[in-house]
Design a protein around this ligand. Sequence first.
Ligand code: SME
Length: 161
Amino acid sequence: MFTLRENLSPTESRAALVSAAEALLDGETDLIAGLANVSAAMGAYLDDVNWAGFYLRRGEELVLGPFQGLPACARIAWGRGVCGSAAAAGETRVVPDVTAFPGHIACDAASRSEVVVPLIVGGAVRGVLDVDSPTPGRFGAADADCLERVGGLVARWMEGV
Ligand code: SME
């Protein structure tokens, strides 16, 4: 059983998310099951977030994976939008104002800021972790660091599934 720790400070929530991701992936051998549970943990532990989930590389596209939030764009061309840009560069993107990001793809019209972390498995980008907020500038350095840790855990786990 998963117990959600409540009334945490932002710092405690980030630590709880990393611990939850580790625990949820430990021993799991199914890609969808693992990513679904990490999506749920991101949605549960990150406040002021309207979308949290994954896109997976399928050829020259990113295809929607497990997530929490409103229905989203199912396919994103490599290099397009915040997700495609982070995937193509193999670099995290922290976007404080999505309306100012050239080529941003609006899935949920409420989204105002976004973090995308590439999932680098064996030197290749196999997908991205994506989190959106309705609040401009929601994500600071500590959030990016936390989500890079979660993305790193997911990517290492993906090597074995
Ligand atoms: N905004 C993203 C698309 C994915 S949604 O945010 C879920 C982008 O520009 O790549």
